[in-house]
Design a protein around this ligand. Sequence first.
Ligand code: MLT
Ligand code: ZN
Length: 476
Amino acid sequence: MSTRVEFIAALTRIVGPQACLTEVADTVGYTTDYRKLYRGDALAVVLPASTEEVSQVMALCHAHGVRVVPQGGNTSLMGGAVPEQDSGAIVLNLRRMNRVLAVDTVNDTLTLQAGVTLSGARAAADEAKRLFPLRIGSEGSCQIGGNLATNAGGTAVLRYGNMRDLVLGIEAVLPDGRIYSSLRGLRKDNTGYDLKQLFIGSEGTLGIITAAVLKLYPQPRAVAAAFVAVSDPGAAVQLLGLAKQLAGPQVTAFELVSADAMALVCDYLGDARPPLAGQPAWMVLMEFSATGEQAALDAQLTQVLEAGMEQGWVQDAALAASLSDVQAFWRLREEISDAQTRTGGSIKCDVSVPLSDIPAFIEQASQQVQTLAPGSRMVIYGHMGDGNVHFNPLRPADTPAREYLDQHYSTVSHAVDQLVHRLNGSISAEHGIGVAKRDDLRLYKSEVELALMWQVKRALDPKALLNPGKMLPAEG
Ligand code: MLT
Ligand code: ZN
C-alpha cells in the first residue's frame, strides 16, 4: 500500500467511515491533552468497536510500520495519551468499547471492555451491591483501559491498593495484532510469569488493553469522614499511625491538604466554604468505612480524634454529619486538581517517599522552592497514607503562568526530584512518565533498570510502533 490515502481507506474498511477521523476539526480533541499543554497531530483517529477490530488495525499498522498511540479518556497529566508533533502516528481511542460484559457476585468479579469509564465500572458494581474501589477525580472521563495502562491510584489506595492490585485478568492486543488473553477471574494462578502485569503501568508501550476482569469488594454500609486541623505534617503521620492502630482496615483514606491548596480550591469553586475556621496551615481529610453499623464507625472516628487531640496532634476537627457532608468534603479535595489547571502556572511534582520521611521532604522541598521561586503558593496535598504527595508550587497570583513556568519549572522540578531521590522515593508516584518525565527517568533509574525496560520493549514491540516517544528515554 503506497499512499496515505490507501492506508486510510484500509483503516476505514476495518472500523467503518464514522470511526476513522481525519479532518483536523474532528481529531484535535484527541491530539491535544486534557490540560492543553501537549498538542500533537495524527494521520487519523480510529475508534474501533471490538477487540477483533483493534487486532485488525494493529495488524495493518504492523505491516506498514505505522505507529499507534492508544488512548482512553485522554486524562493523562503527563502527555502520555496524545501523539507528538509530526509523529506520523494514528490515535486508537477505545471509547466505543464501553460494554460491561459480566458482573459475578459469587466470584466477586467485574468483566468489562477497556473503554468503560471508571464511573461506569463503579456504577455497575454498585448496581450489584458491590464496590469497585478505585477512586480518582477524573472518574467520569477516564477509562478502565487507561487506568490499567497507567496503574492508576487515587484516594482509596491506602485500603484497597492501586490498579495493579485490583485486576485479576486482562485481554490485550499486541503490536502485531495477536491477542493475548488472561481474562480469568482467578485469585490464584502460579503458572509462570504473570504476563498481565507487564501491560499494567506500561503506558500503552507494549500492547493495547481491550478488556479486563476486576476485583469486587463488599459495599460499605457506613462511611464517616472528618476534616482535621493538624499542627504539621509530622503530626499527620502520627495521627495516621494512631488511626491504623485503633481502626485497622476501616481507615480508607487519609489525605493531606495545605492551607494554600484549600484557599485555592475554595476560591475556584466560589460556593464552597473552608471546613475549618482559622485557616489552619495543615489539614487532613480522613475517611473510615465499614460494612457494620454507622454509629459504631462514628464512635471509632471520634475515639481516634480524641486520642489525637490528647497527644497534641489534632488541633480541631469538622465531622461530616451526613452523606452530603462527606461528599462536600471530597469535592473540596478532588477539585484541587482542576483548580490548578484552570489557574495555570503549577509545577506538578507527583512524588512518593517513605511515609516517615514525608515531614522532612515537605520542609526541605518547601525551603528550596522559596529560595528558587520566592512567593510561590505551596499547593501541597495528596495521598499521605501511601507516602504520595502532590507537591505543586503555584505561581504567585500576580505573576503570569507562562512567565512563572518558563522561569522556574525546570529548576524547581529538578530540585524536588533530586531531594526525592536522596530520600529513596519516586519522582512519579501515580501519574506515570508520559512525555513530561521521560528524559528525567535516565537520571533516576539505574543502568540495569533502563536496559531491562528496553529489553522488554523490544521483546514485545520490536518495531517500536506503540506509543512512540513515551515513557522510555532514548537508549544510550
Ligand atoms: C489528585 O490526587 O487529585 C490527582 O492525582 C492530582 C492532580 O491532578 O494533580
Ligand atoms: Zn493523586
